[in-house]
Design a protein around this ligand. Sequence first.
Ligand code: GLU
Length: 261
Amino acid sequence: MKKTFVKSVLAGMILLLSAGQLFAAKKTEIDKIKKAGVLKVGCKEDVPGYGYLNPATNVHEGLEIDIAKAVSKKIFGKESVKFTGVSAKTRGPLVDTGEIDMVAATFTVTEARRKLWDFSEIYMQDPVALMVKKASGIASFKDLNGLTVGVAQSATSKKIFEAAAAEAGITLKFNEYSTYPEIKTALDSGRIQAFGVDSSILAGYIEDSVMLLPEKYSPQSYGVAVKKGNTALLNVINETIAELEASGEMSRLKAKYNLDK
Ligand code: GLU
């Protein structure tokens, strides 16, 4: 009887302690950001309408930039964001090391990635496409049979094109690069015959000499990512996205950046 009583008192204390610790941990994540006085955000700098560093003004602009600003406003009562340019390869590690608090950078939510990072609600979808040189005469996906597609390391693209090729009964070769400018240079110089990734990203590299193939694949669902377990920040991000949606501001922003076409 006595033993059971002691045991339940102990169990109760442990429960209280862990609840307290959890509360303290949650508080600290936002407290840390408040103490830093700035929300550190990883963004794209070469994706027009999403995350773009305008060379004329040297200012970041786009839907993901505005979402990040809205999150910071919720935390500080005013906008306070430090943007860091990221790529598909660097964005995850930068969150892991704490160099950035969150990533809003055309980050496709996948089941495999959910194991590594926590993702917000989806705020946008965009399909994958392929860019070719007009002069190449390549006019459809099937024309790429036996040719080489340039894709980014750590991106979802390669798997998607492999599946699409199997479906279409063609064979593709792949070259992987760490940045998109490198892929565009490889396309221009003829080392690869197509540049494949989300159409939002390809839009940053459109010019007269190139075109997109008509086929589009696998709409990519974009979410904001935080370090695994950073529930406090994730909650603020989700609240912000929900409010932007409910007020109609999200639709206005998508229209402003021509992402509603
Ligand atoms: N959105 C795709 C991904 O998350 C393409 C890569 C990128 O965002 O740069 O894998």
